[in-house]
Write a protein that binds this ligand. Structure first.
Ligand SMILES: Nc1nc2c(c(=O)[nH]1)N[C@H]1C(S)=C(S)[C@@H](COP(=O)(O)O)O[C@H]1N2
Ligand SMILES: [Mo]
Length: 324
């Protein structure tokens, strides 16, 4: 399928309009179903069928690292969300994220890399082995869930573009498409779109940091960040940026959305830490969802969200009260 091979003459992402990407997909489809089947391609890149062929898709398999805690029911994980691009109410993402087009989708990798480029998501995923990882997700708002993700280490993707020795940080950017994301059209929104997050390169390369393409044995629902989102389980949930379209390797620490908006409340590191309170509330405990007024299900928050054995070496010698 030569149409998929990237060449030096390919346009820069800045030149690719959504219509143009759409048209090239239509041209691929015009080749007909038989040639698609021969090439082993789906008309829709990240389908349930595609997941099945990768060994997933028949409901939760739970083959990953099991935290030994009850998995949050899918109905909660897919209905109680933070995705401000679709509104600030917890139910807004499930209500409105269906308005986002996730196919076709491509990701631009740029900055301090030997091989910058824009890659279609199906090509990005072509050679990666998917794994299930059952992780705790701790929101800075003091609620938490346990979610079985399907994904692969972030490092798998970064290495492919050959980060330069000068690369020390990674910046991730969410789709900016106000016509499909009503929160981005909201006149009263205080967020400077698009949503941006970032990690130190050694954090991004840590084996626990993954890109997720699915959860609960299915492809990611749009409200959970389809088709590709970051999951960094030892940090507050806002670091786990959704619906990523751009990855930039950088020399300096990137400016990230919440950190720029309220630096005293949201640090760049944002490691889960029960000893460092948010200025307006304690971080010592959390509500494990599902929870209700009558059974609040309040549990103690753990250092690095319980992943301290794995990730503490990343922060050896750092003052985590100052670098919160
Ligand atoms: N682009 C984008 N990514 C985002 C957010 C957002 O508003 N926009 N919210 C973050 C926050 S605060 C949390 S807690 C998690 C929630 O992920 P979930 O809805 O899959 O549980 O997504 C994070 N990623
Ligand atoms: Mo969050």
């Amino acid at each position: 399928m030569l149409v998929r091979v990237k060449t030096r003459s390919d346009p820069k992402t800045s030149e690719i309009t959504p219509e143009r990407v759409y048209r090239s997909r239509r041209e691929i489809m015009a080749l007909g179903a038989s040639s698609l089947a021969l090439a082993g391609l789906d008309a829709f890149a990240l389908s349930e069928d595609w997941l099945k062929r990768r060994g997933f898709g028949d409901g939760p398999a739970f083959q990953g690292q099991d935290p030994g805690e009850a998995v949050t029911p899918f109905e909660h994980a897919s209905a109680y969300n933070n995705f401000y691009e679709f509104g600030t109410d917890k139910g807004d993402p499930a209500r409105y994220a269906g308005e986002m087009t996730v196919d076709p989708w491509s990701v631009e990798v740029t900055g301090e890399v030997a091989k910058p480029g824009t890659i279609a998501i199906e090509d990005l995923l072509a050679n990666v082995d998917l794994e299930e990882r059952i992780y705790r997700l701790r929101c800075v708002e003091a609620w938490s869930m346990v979610i079985p993700w399907i994904g692969f280490p972030v490092k798998r993707v970064l290495d492919r573009f050959e980060p330069a020795a000068s690369a020390k940080y990674v910046e991730f950017t969410t789709l900016h498409r106000p016509e499909e994301m009503r929160g981005q059209r909201d006149f009263f929104s205080s967020i400077d779109w698009p949503y941006v997050e970032g990690l130190r390169l050694d954090e991004a390369n840590h084996p626990l940091a993954i890109f997720a393409v699915g959860m609960y044995g299915r492809v990611l629902p749009n409200q959970n960040g389809a088709p590709l989102r970051l999951v960094v389980p030892w940090k507050y949930g806002f670091k786990s940026i959704k619906s990523i379209v751009r990855i930039r390797l950088m020399r300096r620490q990137p400016r990230t959305t919440w950190n720029v908006m309220a630096p005293y409340e949201y640090g760049f590191y944002a490691n889960v830490n029960p000893e460092v309170d948010h200025p307006r509330w304690s971080q010592k405990t959390e509500r494990r969802l599902p929870s209700s007024f009558f059974s609040p299900n309040r549990i103690e928050t753990r250092m690095f969200n319980g992943y301290d054995e794995e990730v503490a070496p990343l922060y050896a010698g750092m003052n985590l009260r100052r670098k919160y």
